[in-house]
Design a protein around this ligand. Structure first.
Ligand code: PRP
Length: 206
């Protein structure tokens, strides 16, 4: 399933991120905010359990989150999506996965993974602003499934149709939550019109 956000705030903030005039500080603010909005949409089906709460006036019936959430940012660019989401869900665990894309082959190369032996969370949100060829997202979901994760969702900002198709083919059970699906990939594997390199634009390394 692919969920492309229709929320006006998401579209507005994403448009600001695309601009060549947006500097790293503003870009980091925007990625944080868009990630929170996308997470709100992506977590709409989290399981809850009924609880009773003592209020100053009596007893209310409420809901408590009953699933342990894992945030899985793909380094580097996924890092900027963590903080805002984590503020909303402070009980979440954060597990980093380090992958970079080989510039020649466009294949993901793994360089960091400290997942413990057994899964510690019930729902994994894979965070990466860019779904280009889909290779990095597929490799991350592969890692999480080998770890034993059962429920995995991908949350990103921009996707190329090629990346969506590849991720859906490899992992049809993983819903894709995205701010916008763009036109295509260019011959060096960048999303067009896109927003450039999301890692470089956050960290000022472009
Ligand atoms: C970018 C981006 C994704 C990946 C997407 O990372 O942040 O992780 O490429 O491409 P794919 O869908 O074709 O795999 P990059 O390799 O530039 O690393 P960085 O985030 O460290 O800059």
């Amino acid at each position: 399933m692919v969920f492309e956000s229709t929320h006006p705030l998401v579209k507005h903030k994403l448009s600001l991120m695309r601009s060549v005039d947006t500097k790293p500080k503003k870009f980091r603010e925007l990625i944080r905010e868009v990630a929170m909005l996308l997470c709100y949409e992506a977590t709409a089906d989290l399981k809850t359990a009924e609880i009773e709460i003592k209020t100053p006036m009596g007893t209310a019936t409420g809901r408590d989150l009953s699933e342990k959430i894992g945030l899985i940012p793909i380094l580097r660019a996924g890092l900027g999506m963590v903080d805002g989401i984590w503020e909303m869900m402070p009980g979440a665990e954060v597990w980093h996965i380090g992958l970079y894309r080989d510039e020649e082959t466009l294949q993901p190369v793994s360089y960091y993974n400290k997942l413990p032996t057994f899964p510690t969370v019930q729902v994994c949100l894979v965070l990466d602003p860019m779904l280009a060829t889909g290779g990095s997202a597929i490799a991350t979901v592969d890692i999480l499934k080998r770890w034993g994760a059962k429920r995995i969702k991908f949350v990103g900002l921009l996707a190329a149709p090629e990346g969506i198709a590849a991720l859906q083919k490899a992992h049809p059970d993983v819903p894709i939550h995205i701010a916008q699906i763009d036109s295509h990939l260019n011959d060096i594997g960048f999303i067009v019109p896109g927003l450039g390199d999301a890692g470089d634009r956050q960290f000022g390394t472009g």
